[in-house]
Design a protein around this ligand. Structure first.
Ligand SMILES: NC(=O)c1ccc[n+]([C@@H]2O[C@H](COP(=O)([O-])OP(=O)(O)OC[C@H]3O[C@@H](n4cnc5c(N)ncnc54)[C@H](OP(=O)(O)O)[C@@H]3O)[C@@H](O)[C@H]2O)c1
Length: 245
């Protein structure tokens, strides 16, 4: 399967959450297919090192998806330094699994603000740039956007929300912008490191240890989707480890 086509070389991709996991792997995959990159995350040291590594004019921009000002500044830099945005990958996210109780209030807010409102804010700020050419909007949802389970209520709500929002955008933005929703199952990244509820963290780590696929597996799928000819659109892609229930 080739991930390159005439849709690749020279297009500018903005990736949120590029400092680890799927975002970092996607940066490497898109750089390999000739894309120019803007890498966004809060951990500036990581994205600066990655920008140096992938080269081809990649820029690193410290930005928090829950801080609209930092995203507006990032969009201005991308316009000035790379000429605009062809592909926006809304990847930044957190998964704070726990049974739903009042104790989880802070975690609930953090997930909604980063996963759902964050993606909306970044998209709203970059939308004019995406519409300028034939843009691609890639939203990182999850299997949890289709299957809710005990312990993932709010995380699932953010991903179900992302799916509904994406489907409306698909219809509103066609044919100027392709909307591509990626729904991974378990992928070995830093995602489980941030879970604050010990039992849920332990259970997730055990499950991931047994069957998780790699961030590169998902990055290849994203690179494939955005390099298809403009006439076609891979709108929703569900990718599970083969052994995942
Ligand atoms: N791993 C899985 O099993 C899996 C499965 C389905 C879906 N996903 C989704 O895939 C996406 C990427 O997750 P991952 O697995 O690669 O996890 P990860 O390794 O923890 O990466 C998450 C990224 O999001 C960034 N981020 C978090 N909050 C942010 C904020 N407020 N502002 C800016 N950046 C922020 C982090 O960067 P900084 O901390 O440096 O800001 C980091 O680069 C998430 O949306 C996740 O829900 C993952």
């Amino acid at each position: 399967m080739s991930t390159t086509s005439d849709q690749g070389a020279g297009r500018v991709a903005v990736i949120t959450g590029a400092s680890s996991g799927i975002g970092e792997a996607t940066a490497r995959a898109l750089a390999a297919s000739g894309h120019r990159l803007a890498l966004l995350a809060r951990r500036g040291d990581r994205i600066r090192a990655l920008a140096d590594e992938v080269g081809n004019g990649a820029i690193a921009i410290e930005a928090d998806v829950t801080d609209r000002d930092s995203i507006s500044k990032a969009a201005a830099r991308v316009k000035a330094e790379l000429g605009g945005t062809d592909i926006l990958v809304n990847n930044a996210g957190i998964m704070l699994l726990a049974p739903f109780t009042a104790d989880g209030h802070d975690d609930h807010r953090r997930m909604i603000e980063a996963n759902l409102l964050g993606a909306m804010t970044v998209t709203e700020v970059f939308l004019d740039q995406l519409r300028d050419g034939s843009g691609d909007l890639v939203n990182l949802s999850s299997v949890a956007g289709r299957t809710a389970r005990p312990g993932n209520a709010v995380y699932a709500a953010t991903k179900w929300g992302l799916n509904g929002w994406s489907e409306a955008l698909r219809q509103e933005l066609q044919p100027d912008v392709r909307v591509i929703v990626i729904e991974p199952g378990a992928v070995a990244t830093e995602l489980t490191d941030h879970i604050t509820y010990p039992d849920a963290k332990h259970a997730a780590e055990q499950m991931y240890k047994q069957l998780a696929i790699t961030a590169d597996d998902i990055a290849e799928v994203i690179a494939f989707a955005v390099t298809r000819p403009q006439r076609m659109s891979l709108n929703e892609i569900l990718v599970r480890p083969t052994a995942q229930a």
